[in-house]
Ligand binder design. Structure first.
Ligand code: PPS
Length: 579
């Protein structure tokens, strides 16, 4: 049953949720349907399809809508829509279904959320999609990377009937559906509502900008941050929401509301801006703020931005007649110190100095425990950011030793462990190659597959220790570069990562042969032995490189220790205790 209704705010709103009785019936008849476990991205899309945020879509797009959106930003019926919303599945799953089949869509725990009736199945040209929708096939663009390297190869389109919305346990009171917001605006008598989209913490510039928009339009304000999926590396949504909550009391009374949007962003710049505006129209908003580089993925490796700073505004203007929501464009806001105020950069009188702090600089200041000035943001926001981004001497970190057997990994790792325990302040865990193979990885051998699995397990544990503010010292051979890089990416999300390459040459390791393994490997008794009959890929980007041929274990550990001090992982107080 697909139901739609006309409401005073924002036009037609699709509601795909079945009433409880019908939902029970569908669930009961689903026993022999194929099940698809939704990915985190698909969970976000499903929620916004079911609750009408993606009106007029009534399910994951079929082929005709997808082609129309990809090629000219319109659904098959001619309605403006800028972003594909598709269900991507594996070839194996696609082979198990046909058109007209019912599929049970489930969350990660297996809870059934919706029925999908299959209308189309097709293999898209994802490069073409990337180039037409996102404007590039360069995988340094986060949206392109997802599309080309993470999405599944087959698309399934079809109508949805919702059994229930995905469950959230965080900030429940702030997650308002389009219908709830429309009702709320009507109740409050808010006929003009400006929406503000954000995926970053809000600072004074954003507060000033939104307030200006409100005053210019004689409207009220909806702060509508994305809490679904944003750009990898963004501040986590828990921290951001606490920051937004701290900013809300700075608005004049009865002016602004905060609600969270479980959108999975594509970082699609201009096309994404149009999509965001349509979504806000569906939430009952009449105006939508588009600033500089809206939903931009940043720049490529050469420093060239993927989109022009005001390209999103230009595209919005082109489609103003069919958007159904009015754009409120803004230039970059900068602080004018002599007037103690923020202004759009193009309105600053000549000769006046302006100031701003970039996101990168803010992060550096937080990590280094430096001051964040009050002209830039609110003290309550700084407090929240500092709670989740403590300076380095209070963050967890991982020291990851890699090198041949006999290169000195375990010995030096152990000296480092003891030295860190001597200065105290953090728990220290040693994940030595042999210890891990006895405990975590006892069933594994030394094939590439097993070595990778072993290193991934070490990476997982080290990431958890780092997240908890502890120190993980890992000392496996870890011969493969790609697996080491995977670990780095995982661990760096939670704290420091220091790769130490024990570069002691094979001849030295073999001469030492403390365990007699090299002799056995040469005799062919041990197969796949690293350095003899199995590869070791030298890291190119290790933070510390140590050859232990002519130095003592203490001297080697001291090199790591000095690096940790230089980078601020060991603080002044600890240095004094360490002596
Ligand atoms: S890996 O590649 O990172 O998973 O290896 P790791 O877990 O560090 O295990 C290496 C230790 O196992 C012993 N050993 C071997 N090493 C390399 N190749 C083969 N075939 C092999 N067979 C057993 C060896 O003692 C290694 O310990 P270290 O401390 O490196 O000397």
């Amino acid at each position: 049953m697909t139901d739609s209704m006309i409401l005073p705010h924002g036009g037609m709103l699709v509601d795909l949720l079945l009433d409880p009785e019908a939902a029970t019936e569908v669930r009961e008849s689903s026993t022999d349907w194929p099940s698809w476990d939704l990915t985190p991205r698909q969970m976000c899309d499903l929620e916004l399809l079911l609750n009408g945020a993606f009106s007029p879509l009534t399910g994951f797009m079929g082929r005709a809508d997808y082609d129309g959106v990809r090629d000219n930003m319109h659904l098959a019926d001619g309605t403006l829509w800028s972003m594909p919303v598709v269900l991507d599945v594996t070839q194996e799953f696609a082979d198990s279904i046909e058109e007209e089949d019912s599929i049970a869509l489930r969350d990660a725990e297996g809870l059934m959320l919706a029925r999908m009736t299959v209308e189309n199945l097709w293999v898209p040209d994802r490069e073409e999609e990337a180039s037409k929708v996102l404007g590039t096939t360069n995988a340094e663009h986060a949206g392109v990377d997802h599309l080309l390297h993470q999405a599944n190869p087959v698309y399934v389109g079809g109508r949805l009937e919702g059994i229930q919305l995905p469950v959230h346990y965080d900030f429940r009171a702030l997650r308002k559906t389009p219908q709830q917001l429309r009702t709320e605006f009507a109740r409050l008598g808010w006929s003009k509502v400006v929406a503000f989209q954000t995926r970053n913490p809000m600072h004074r510039a954003h507060q000033e900008l939104t307030l200006r928009a409100v005053k210019e339009q004689g409207a009220n304000l909806l702060i509508h941050p994305v809490v679904g999926m944003t750009k990898p590396g963004d501040v986590d949504h828990f921290t951001r929401v606490r920051c937004y909550q701290a900013v809300m009391p700075t608005y004049p009374k009865f002016t602004a509301q905060l609600s969270l949007l479980n959108l999975a962003m594509r970082m699609g710049g201009p096309r994404e801006a149009i999509w965001h505006a349509i979504i806000r129209k569906n939430h009952g908003c009449t105006h939508f703020i588009v600033g500089r580089d809206h939903a931009g993925p940043g720049s490529d490796r050469s420093g060239t931005p993927f989109y022009g700073p005001y390209e999103a505004q230009d595209l919005m203007r082109e489609h103003a007649g069919e958007l159904g929501v009015e754009m409120v464009p803004f230039r970059l806001m900068v602080y004018v110190g002599s007037r103690d105020t923020y202004m759009p950069v193009d309105e600053v009188p000549e000769g006046l100095d302006t100031k701003s702090i970039s996101g990168t600089e803010l992060r550096t200041r937080l990590v280094e425990g430096r001051d964040v000035p009050e002209w830039f943001t609110f003290p309550e926001v700084v407090k929240e950011l500092r709670r989740s981004h403590p300076p380095r001497d209070r963050q967890g970190f991982t020291v990851f030793f890699t090198g041949l057997s006999g290169s000195g990994k375990s010995t030096v790792a152990n000296v480092l462990r003891v030295k860190l325990m001597e200065i105290g302040g953090r728990s220290v865990t040693l994940l030595d190659g042999d210890i891990v193979r006895k405990n975590l990885s006892s069933e594994l051998g030394f094939s590439k597959e097993h070595r990778d699995l072993n290193i991934q397990r070490i990476g997982f544990v080290a990431a958890e220790i780092t997240k908890g503010g502890g120190v993980a010292i890992c000392a496996p051979i870890a011969p493969y570069d790609a697996t080491r890089k995977q670990n780095r990416a995982l661990i760096e999300q939670h704290g420091g990562y220091v790769l130490v390459h024990m570069s002691t040459p094979l001849e030295t390791c073999e001469r030492r042969d403390r365990k007699g393994l090299y002799a056995k490997a040469r005799a062919g008794i041990i197969k796949e032995f690293t350095g003899i009959s199995d590869p070791y890929e030298e890291p190119e980007s290790a933070e510390v490189v140590i050859d232990t041929t002519n130095i003592s274990p203490e001297e080697a550990a001291q090199q790591v220790f000095l690096y940790l001090e230089k980078e601020g992982y060991i603080g002044a107080a600890e240095r004094r205790t360490g002596g």
